[in-house]
Design a binder for this molecule. Structure first.
Ligand code: SF4
Length: 700
């Protein structure tokens, strides 16, 4: 391949929501050239540091395993033939069955520009809101929690707060493995660490206090904390009075959560709980840092609000080193949310309300505006199963592995009349269900922006030619739009043009009522876009340098301008263990892998650590089931089965197991943890309950 940039360029890591800056160096050698990857010392999110995944990025480049040209019904094809078929089938289905018979399922791996075009096409021109994303599985409860409390999906904190805090409470997060650069930043600071997690982890090993709570009892813990703060006169009454509403009802709901009752529900000694409550109540600069352990729950939104309640009650928000900080999983942690790439959002942080629908209609000059929210991920694949959705385009994600009830989703895709998969990888469980395969550009080839977990927009820059016949996702979408008759509205020729329109929409009739505002970029030129430096939104006339923190003035995006307390009645997981399925299965990421390993699995040094799924088992449970270290075991329940290798780990509590999420049918038979997960969802956010799954265990 010919490398486009001969020397050095700055881009962003494509893995997690930390969004580390990466420097690419190309070295010329005789008859060859080599790419080396290092941390970007100028990037304010990571200051030159990279974790093992980021520093192995160079090993994942190259055409090996790539999808290089379109395929139609299993045969090699070309773009024109494939897109002509796709557009014809989309048009026929829309004509015969209405716009809701088609759908897009996207990914936090996409760039904001890809997301913007997909959202505009589906919601403004096709006329459906059937556009959802794998972000639904990751952070949709955090979005719902922020919106309920603040009136906007607005993360109040920044990474610098981790170094300024005196106390960091990590809840449902193994940050040492999953967000390693942020964990390093925590360790560089002076904060005491409290880890709330049912199992011991690399993170809890470094903690001052580990609360190994019962699975799913997080909301009870924070209701207990709120009650403790009230009982011990640790509330910030001035802040509550000036800047919030709903406190009395919220405290009333928390008041029977005494120390003893909370300790009982959470399954931790009362002395440990007391130590945590005292630490929290006495430490002004406290960050609550929470992740999928909170979100992936059938009551994830309530858990988010139970945490936020404690920050509002103490006025610890919008201040240096303090706040409720949701940490998301994917590289474009927020970009999809910003453009509205979720079925229940419209665009640029606007909801499906008549004034917003009219505003966006006028801005896009859209002929077929969607008027109501579309189907969230679980419901979307159920609609594929029932035949209501007849054509689905899946981009840059692998739902046949990552969705709950994965076998059911796979079967639904096999039976769906039209499945289009665009990906940079040739062989995935989902690609095996596709009627049309479209080669997409991958990291190093893509060009656009991402927004990380601290609202920081960074450039992902291309430094390689597209592999084979790969195209950018936004180009493929513009092609579809054009073939459907909307060419003049999708005549983008460069990602800067898309970003500019996105910025204009964020500021369109936005007099400060909407949190997301990057209107300062409304006239951005391509050269300025190419040179764009990482910046945290809002970026507008009032905040030309961006904004490290939100809500410093105590003003929120609710109608009253006050933050909402939300009264919480803790709910336990929808399924409970019983004599047939007596073990709790928890799941998550391993240190060296990412998603379904389609990229990290290519780096030998990352895969060397673990060649098959490892099931963490308490040694006492292993004895009970006659399982030795390294033995092959099977987990099963009514949904399905999963195989793996037993790892005896005294950090697992008796009766609790842990399995990695990364394995797929493509890599090994019967290895998907999601095959065991029932699709129980949070009623507000639609996020599935991945973390508490009852299973049975047996040796193989
Ligand atoms: Fe990439 Fe995340 Fe590692 Fe940073 S912490 S290098 S963004 S995987």
């Amino acid at each position: 391949k010919e490398y486009l940039n001969a020397q050095r360029s700055c881009t962003t890591c494509p893995y997690c929501g930390v969004g580390c800056g990466v420097t690419i160096n190309r070295e010329e050698r005789v008859n060859t050239s080599a790419i080396s990857v290092s941390g970007d010392s100028q990037h304010p999110s990571n200051f030159g540091h990279l974790c093992v995944k980021g520093s192995s990025l160079g090993e994942t480049l190259g055409d090996n395993g790539r999808l290089l040209r379109p395929q139609l019904h299993g045969e090699a094809s070309d773009w024109d033939t494939a897109m002509s078929f796709v557009a014809g089938e989309f048009a026929r289905n829309i004509r015969e069955h209405g716009p809701d018979s088609v759908a897009f399922y996207l990914s936090g791996q996409l760039l904001t520009e890809d997301y913007y075009v997909a959202n505009k096409l589906m919601k403004g021109f096709i006329g459906s809101a059937n556009i959802d994303t794998n972000s639904r599985l990751c952070m949709s409860s955090a979005v719902a929690g922020y919106k309920r409390a603040f009136g906007a999906d607005a993360v109040p904190c920044c990474y610098g707060d981790l170094e300024q805090a005196d106390l960091i409470v990590l809840i449902g997060s193994n940050a040492a493995w999953t967000h390693p650069i942020l964990f390093q930043r925590m360790q560089a600071g002076k904060a005491k660490l409290v880890v709330v997690d049912p199992r011991a982890s690399a993170t809890s090993e470094m903690a001052d206090l580990h609360l190994a709570i019962n699975p799913g009892s997080d909301a009870a813990l924070f209701n207990g904390l709120l009650n403790f703060l009230a009982e011990h006169n640790r509330l910030n009454h001035h802040y509550i009075q000036q800047h919030s509403q709903g406190f009395e009802q919220t405290l009333a709901a928390a008041q029977h959560w005494s120390l003893q009752q909370t300790a009982l529900s959470c399954g931790v000694p009362a002395e440990q709980l007391l130590a945590f409550f005292r630490l929290f109540s006495e430490t002004e600069k406290t960050i609550s840092f929470y992740s999928q352990g909170i979100n992936q729950s059938s009551s994830g939104t309530d858990k988010n609000n139970a945490i936020i309640n404690c920050h509002l009650a103490t006025g610890r928000i919008g201040k240096t080193g303090a706040g409720p900080f949701s940490i998301t999983g994917q590289p474009n942690a927020m970009g999809g949310r910003e453009v509205g790439g979720l079925a229940n959002m419209l665009a640029a942080h606007m909801e499906f309300k008549s004034d917003a629908i009219n505003r966006v209609r006028r801005f896009w000059n859209a002929p077929n505006m969607a008027l109501t929210p579309g189907l969230k991920a679980v419901d979307m694949f159920r609609a594929v199963e029932s035949g209501q959705i007849k054509a689905i385009w899946i981009m840059a994600t692998n739902p046949a592995v990552s969705m709950p009830e994965a076998e059911r989703v796979t079967e639904a895709l096999r039976k769906c009349p039209l499945v289009i998969v665009s990906d940079c990888v040739a062989d995935t469980d989902t690609a095996r269900c596709a009627d049309v395969l479209l080669p997409a550009t991958g990291w190093g080839e893509k060009n656009g922006t991402v927004t990380n977990a601290e609202r920081r927009i960074s450039r992902q820059r291309s430094f390689l030619d597209p592999a084979g016949e790969a195209r950018h996702d936004w180009q493929a979408l513009c092609d579809l739009a054009s073939r459907l008759g909307f060419a003049q509205h999708f005549d983008f020729t460069h990602p800067a043009d898309i970003f500019r329109e996105h910025a204009q929409l964020s500021g369109f009739e936005n007099s400060g009522a909407r949190a997301f505002d990057i209107s300062l970029f409304s006239d951005i030129q391509r050269s300025e876009y190419d040179a764009l430096q990482p910046v945290q939104w809002p970026v507008n006339r009032e905040n030309p340098q961006g904004s490290a923190r939100l809500f410093a003035d105590g003003k929120f995006f609710t109608e009253s301008g006050r933050a909402n307390f939300v009264a919480i009645t803790p709910r336990m997981p929808q399924q409970q263990i019983d004599s047939n399925h007596p073990l709790w299965l928890n799941s998550g990421r391993m240190r060296d892998q990412w998603h379904t390993m389609t990229r990290t699995g290519r780096a030998r040094k990352l895969l060397d650590h673990s060649e098959m799924a490892e099931i963490q088992i308490n040694p006492g449970d292993a004895r009970k089931y006659g399982i030795d270290e390294g033995a092959l075991v099977e987990l099963y329940n009514a949904q399905g089965t999963m195989c793996g290798r037993a790892i005896l780990n005294s950090g697992q509590k008796p009766g609790e197991l842990f399995a990695p999420i990364h394995w797929s049918q493509t890599l090994a038979q019967a290895s998907k943890v999601s095959a065991l997960t029932r699709a129980d969802v949070d009623p507000i956010s639609g996020q599935p309950e991945f973390k508490q799954v009852p299973v049975q265990l047996r040796p193989l």
